[in-house]
Design a protein around this ligand. Structure first.
Ligand SMILES: Cc1ncc(COP(=O)(O)O)c(C=O)c1O
Length: 435
């Protein structure tokens, strides 16, 4: 492989990369000899931004020195802490200020959004998801259906890929809506599919769903910080995400939520009403800040989607995200996307010659993918697993998704073209030893 694509080619690309300096802002996991591993797993857990440690330490110091006074008097007061994250999230999601909030974690936010938006009524009761959706999304949708006293078996509509295909064409979603639209209350779709890495055209899906009066919500776990997003313009009703993947917020980091502005002042309803949400589940942190501590029984909603917050935010799980979002602001999503396309295209070009031993499931068109490539090794799953173990033994960190997929993601903030080359080289060797 090195004869076809010399390492120097990758190194030249790195030397010309205007974003190459950002790698030094992250902690790179190392092997037992302190050599950096080839970390290609940002689709699962992003790396620690070095500045995050300082911010977390600052919060610990505030706690140590001020105790409860930190709520009001910390350098970044804890009461309005979520506001430290709003502008960064607005930029990454293409949202207006009152449409986005950092809160909870992904599955919890999904439940909160479904509680507001899933209002089954009459024949319009179904939730449309993809077959093979991330388990937590499926559990959330199925359990919400059951919560309303309906049977998930007939009410959850799971759209499969066409026979013999691994990817789901968007026309297939259109057709499903044409056929079943009047029964569908809500469409829940991923921005990027976690197993295949396929990126969807969210504006198109939102348009199709709205044509049939369905609510549409997106799970952006694998999209945010990976592909540019324009949630307001795309007319999504809601979206949810986690921050520990491409956002580098750290394990268990605070998640986020988008709710389109047109819903913010609508009154709770008891039935499906086209694009209007139903009731909001409330807690004291969704109450307007100015009067929250009066502890009045009457709920006064905070401005915007902040009203959907329930509990006070986990400061130590939000602090690292401040550091990470500052890096995104500095690098700029447009420049990151340009590098991401070049980096993943380069990795793709190194892996295609390994066909048929290696099959890339992810679309070849960069407009239909983020940075992740999903690979299947020829032979059976047991061989695939041995190849994966061979990669691990060579210092590559990627992941294995049951039953037979290797996922690998060169992340433009901290990965180099050299990492892509080293992965392809390690894969070539691992294939050789398992043939
Ligand atoms: C697509 C998708 N949905 C949901 C989740 C669950 O996230 P959480 O544990 O933050 O609720 C994940 C986590 O990786 C995910 O990738």
């Amino acid at each position: 492989m090195s004869a076809q694509a010399p390492l120097s080619g990758a190194q030249e690309r790195d030397a010309a990369d205007p974003l190459r300096g950002f790698r030094a802002r992250f902690a790179l996991p190392r092997d037992e000899r302190s050599e950096p591993l080839v970390y290609l797993c940002g689709h699962s857990l992003g790396l620690l931004p070095l500045a995050a440690r300082d911010i977390v330490n600052e919060e610990l110091d505030e706690w140590a020195q001020r105790g409860v006074e930190g709520h009001e008097q910390a350098r970044r007061p804890w009461v309005p802490y979520h506001q430290n994250l709003t502008s960064g999230l607005m930029a990454l999601t293409g949202s207006l200020g009152d449409e986005v909030v950092a809160m909870n974690s992904l599955s919890v936010n999904l439940h909160l959004m479904l509680a507001s938006f899933y209002r089954p009524a009459g024949q319009r009761t179904r939730i449309l998801i993809e077959a093979g959706a991330f388990a937590s999304d499926r559990h959330a949708a199925a359990s919400q259906i059951a919560w309303h006293g309906l049977d998930p078996q007939d009410t959850l509509l799971e759209l499969s890929t066409p026979a013999g295909e691994e990817l789901l064409p968007e026309e297939h979603i259109d057709e499903c809506l044409e056929r079943h639209g009047e029964q569908i209350a809500l469409v829940l779709w991923p921005g990027v599919q976690f197993r295949t890495g396929q990126a969807f055209d969210l504006a198109r899906i939102a348009r199709a769903a709205h044509r049939h009066d369905c609510i549409v919500g997106f799970d952006l776990a694998h999209s945010i910080g990976n592909t540019p997003l324009t949630l307001h313009g795309s007319d999504a009703d809601f979206a949810v995400w986690c921050s520990y993947k491409y956002l580098n917020g750290g394990p268990g980091a605070i998640g986020g939520c988008f709710l389109h502005q047109r819903h913010l002042h609508s009154l709770p309803g008891s039935a499906h009403r086209g694009t209007l949400p139903g009731a909001r589940l409330a807690g004291w942190w969704g109450h307007e800040q100015a009067t929250r501590f009066l502890m009045e029984p009457q709920f006064r909603a905070a401005e915007g989607v902040a009203a959907w917050q329930i509990s006070n935010p986990p400061i130590l799980a939000a602090a690292p995200l401040i550091a990470s979002l500052a890096i995104f602001t500095e690098a700029g999503m447009q420049r990151l996307r340009a590098k991401s396309v070049a980096l993943t295209d380069y990795l793709d070009s190194l892996l295609r010659p390994l066909s048929p031993a290696v099959h890339i499931l992810t679309p070849a068109d960069s407009r239909r993918r983020g940075c992740q490539l999903s690979l299947r090794i020829a032979g059976d799953a047991a061989r695939g697993r041995r190849v994966f173990d061979g990669l691990t033994a060579r210092g590559v960190v990627c992941d294995w998704r049951f039953p037979d997929i290797i996922r690998v993601a060169p992340v433009p903030l901290y990965n180099r073209f050299e990492d892509a080359w080293r992965f392809a080289d390690a894969l070539t060797q691992a294939l050789r030893e398992t043939c």
